[in-house]
Design a protein around this ligand. Structure first.
Ligand code: GLU
Ligand code: MG
Length: 431
């Protein structure tokens, strides 16, 4: 290639990032993007197109890049210039939004909350992942240990540099509790930017790991009894540049609007988790005593709750109201961040529309608390709740939803007969 090329990508219903490369900057200037196919949305996690999809062999789309999502990936072989990477919307050939584009889904959710309530959501995705050496050796070191940190420090420094260079504002990089597990957190941003960054961050982590002889996995579990890799989504509500989430002295210090919004998430939670934790191993992680999300409730500073009211650091020299946020803990990296956050926003809009109250804020351990709804025991159970929740269904284009459900059936069939250990290993191989 004599001229620079760029990779233009979407993130699909199994949260894999796929796309095509094309000459740069022409591909940005033309506005036409690169070619794409509707049935690509039905690609399963392990390859192959799910049979029960709505699109068949028909149609043509364009992946139209959004220049604001640019990430420059340093070359593995230093002779090559960096590879430019852009996230794209899927558009019809006349340039209009494609009805089943996941990025358009979150854009519409954001626009609806804005239009109906003049509210913007700020969000930050907190990611856990596991590292191992590419030759299979494991990372040693204690949970949260300086030795584990030092063992991958070159990777960590390179990761922080690329995140910083692209404006992600990394806040922490740490060795987590699990063996070889690490976590990276970034500053909150407006919802679309936050979801874009979640997609980009996973690719950056994987790519950077590779440059340092490591392999990163975001699979929800490496093995049935291992520590989970969670994706926690921190949320706050804003109006005209001011957070409207905090109201000192009210239950949980939640403003009335925040109470209504988060009640919307609780009200639809059993169906929503099918969309935020959609793999065949996701619900092995969403069990009590795993510090993931062991029960459906909102609780103060409790790492077992679906929604955790995060603490306010009173000594920090910052505006308490500005940093106050609620954490949704039941997502993992097998879910598309555009769909995760778009769905949480749609649930919040519904809660606001119905002025839904939160009946109970839990401030004790979940097992001694009444008023905690059980998490669906499996993805199949969550999908049954989704099949009954017509409100959640109404947020989706019907073909997109049909395809999502078709993919899940396909994935269940692929996992048939495998032990939980074998299932986890399959997911580790692709996430
Ligand atoms: N690893 C836990 C999970 O699966 C999260 C632990 C934490 O609170 O950081 O979600
Ligand atoms: Mg963590």
């Amino acid at each position: 290639m004599n001229q620079p090329w760029a990779f233009i990508a979407t993130c699909d219903l199994v949260s894999h990032v796929r796309g095509r490369s094309a000459p740069y900057p022409k591909v940005l200037q033309s506005g036409a993007g690169v070619g794409w196919v509707p049935a690509d949305l039905a690609m399963s996690a392990f390859g192959g197109i799910a049979e029960n999809n709505a699109f068949g062999a028909l149609g043509d789309l364009r992946l139209v890049p959004d220049a604001s999502t640019e990430v420059s990936f340093p070359s593995v072989n230093s002779d090559l210039p960096p590879t430019r990477f852009f996230l794209a919307n899927q558009r019809n050939i006349d340039g209009t939004p494609w009805r089943a584009c996941p990025r358009t889904y979150i854009e519409e959710a954001i626009a609806k909350l804005e239009k109906d309530f003049n509210i913007q959501v700020m969000a930050s995705f907190e990611h856990e992942f596991a590292l191992r050496y590419s030759d299979g050796r494991t990372i040693s070191g204690l949970p949260f240990g300086f030795d584990a940190y030092r063992e991958v420090e070159e990777f960590g420094v390179a990761l922080i540099a690329i995140l910083t260079d692209h404006g992600f504002e990394p806040e922490t990089f740490l060795p987590e509790y699990g063996s070889g597990q690490f976590e990276v957190t970034i500053a909150p941003a407006l919802a679309l930017v936050a979801a874009d960054r979640a997609i980009l961050l996973r690719e950056i982590v994987r790519d950077t790991a590779k440059r340092f002889g490591l392999v990163a996995s975001f699979a929800p579990l490496l093995a049935p009894d291992s520590v989970g890799n969670g994706v926690h989504v921190h949320l706050s509500l804003w109006r005209s540049g001011k957070s409207i989430t905090y109201s000192a002295g009210r239950p949980g210090d939640l403003s009335i609007e925040a109470e209504n919004a988060f009640a919307g998430i609780l009200d639809h939670a059993q169906a929503i988790v099918a969309l935020t934790a959609p793999s065949q191993i996701s619900f092995l992680r969403l069990q009590p005593h795993r510090w993931s999300a062991g029960g459906i409730c909102i609780a103060k500073q409790n790492r077992e709750a679906l929604l955790r009211i995060c603490p306010q650091i009173k000594t920090a020299k910052q505006d308490l109201a500005k940093t106050f946020n609620i954490e949704y803990r039941a997502a993992d990296a097998t879910a598309n961040p555009w769909i995760v956050l778009g769905t949480l926003i749609n649930a919040m809009t519904d809660g606001l529309k119905r002025s839904l109250p939160i009946a109970h804020i839990i401030d004790e351990e979940l097992e001694s608390a009444v008023h905690v709804t059980a998490m669906p025991a499996s993805l199949e159970s969550a999908l049954e709740y989704l099949a009954k929740d017509l409100v959640v269904q109404s947020w989706f284009n019907s073909e997109m939803l049909q395809t999502f459900i078709g993919i899940r059936a396909n994935e269940a069939a692929e996992m048939n007969g495998l032990t939980p250990t074998e299932r986890c290993a399959r997911y580790v191989s692709v996430y």
